[in-house]
Design a protein around this ligand. Structure first.
Ligand code: MG
Length: 388
């Protein structure tokens, strides 16, 4: 391998962010090469990616598919492995310079922690890492050489706004939200909306889980929690504003009253390439932003009566401990149940809040406590859904 190129491992390569990351790598072959591709359970796209990018190793999380993956790549010289232990182990490989954590959900936590321990730079797209265990991960980061550059568009925007600024002068982080597909529906209509309706997101092309989180606005709650740990800013200085056009990606207000914003078309190629380039600006192939085409950019306060999941951000940060870990775990179960039409839209908030009340509170969780909390909350949320 050519050592002058940055060697990238992609955790979650077959998902939406993973595919777009490979796009950026293809556009910049002199700068990047792929060391490791890690997929979940979809064999065919993973094999196709491996053949196109010729990484050192390919890992599939679903161990039952190891045989098929090995057969598909036999003779290629690419190492094949499967399962969570192999994924965690690959985070330590010294032929990787940067890990893109593009996987969705709690499953991103342990590999990300391994990558931090081995001092790899991280392009962080897995927001759940900081939602579930933000305090612990922040402590680890403060003692390590790892640099974390956010990929989430809102956090990339804030990161870009903070270049050259003194973080002690931050008055407020203002995170923009599209408001999701149900923003304009009356509250009464939300009880009967379906997953298929929610999956028609107005602006962003994302995976199914995060699209439902966007519809409930829990995604925005998670982004407030993520921002709290990423930028070390207290929760009461972080707010969300609904901006349906998704052109302003987020803003920072400073003590002198200045507000900086980062704008662009809603497309993840920009924040991904900004992270891969470690804040150097690379060609992304994006359409240019023509403001005159939009004519008006609007902003409104979020409606927490209709979308109560948004309130779980400040609630979780104030209560602290393992609360956000419970919220995330209960949501992973409820979100999936909604996608399978097993529960209604408003049940998602109900399942999460009831799970919070039933899981033991831990004020200073260790990593093992987070792991146990995740399991306990998932079990309780599943039981609550069975009774619905
Ligand atoms: Mg986002």
């Amino acid at each position: 391998m050519n050592q002058s190129k940055k060697r990238i491992a992609i955790l979650g390569s077959t998902g939406s962010i993973g595919i777009q990351t490979l796009d950026i790598i293809s556009r910049n072959p002199a700068l990047f090469e792929v060391s490791t591709l890690i997929g979940g359970s979809r064999l065919e796209p993973l094999v196709a990616q491996a053949k196109a990018y010729n990484p050192k190793r390919v890992i599939i999380a679903d161990e039952r598919q190891k045989g098929a993956l090995t057969a598909a790549l036999s003779g290629s010289g690419i190492e094949v492995a499967a399962g969570d232990a192999a994924i965690a182990e690959s985070m330590l490989a010294d032929d990787t310079d940067m890990v893109v954590t593009a996987t969705v959900g709690y499953s991103g936590l342990l590999p990300t922690i391994r990558a931090i321990e081995s001092g790899k730079d991280i392009a962080l797209a897995n927001k759940e890492t900081l939602v579930v265990a933000g305090e612990l991960v922040s402590e680890m980061l403060s003692k390590s050489h790892t640099r974390v550059i956010p990929v989430d568009s809102e956090h990339s925007a804030i990161y870009q706004c903070l270049v050259g600024e003194d973080s002690a002068k931050i008055k407020q982080l203002i995170i923009t939200a599209s408001g999701g597909p149900f923003r304009t529906l009356p509250k009464e209509a939300l009880a009967s909306v379906t997953a298929a309706q929610a999956l028609k997101h107005p602006n962003w092309d994302m995976g199914a889980k995060i699209t439902i989180d966007s519809a409930t606005m829990l995604n925005k709650a998670f982004e407030i929690i993520e921002a709290r740990w990423l930028f070390n800013v207290d929760g009461d200085k972080i707010s969300a504003v609904v901006h349906p056009q998704s052109i302003v990606h987020s803003m920072v207000e400073f003590e002198d009253g200045a507000v900086k914003a980062q704008l662009g078309i809603p497309d993840m190629h920009l924040p991904i390439s900004y992270a891969l380039g470690e804040t150097h600006r690379l060609p992304t192939g994006e359409r240019p932003l023509t403001l005159a085409d939009y004519r008006t950019l609007t902003f409104e306060a979020p409606d927490t009566d209709k979308f109560p999941c948004l309130t779980l951000a400040h609630y979780s940060l104030e209560r602290g401990g393992n609360t956000a870990c419970v919220v995330n775990a209960a949501n992973e179960i409820a979100n999936e149940a909604f996608r399978r039409d097993q529960i209604g839209f408003n049940d998602i908030f109900d399942v999460i809040t009831r799970t919070i009340g039933l899981v033991g509170f831990i004020e200073r969780p260790t990593l093992d406590d987070y792991i146990a909390t995740n399991t306990e909350a998932r079990n309780i949320a599943s039981e609550l859904i069975k009774k619905k």
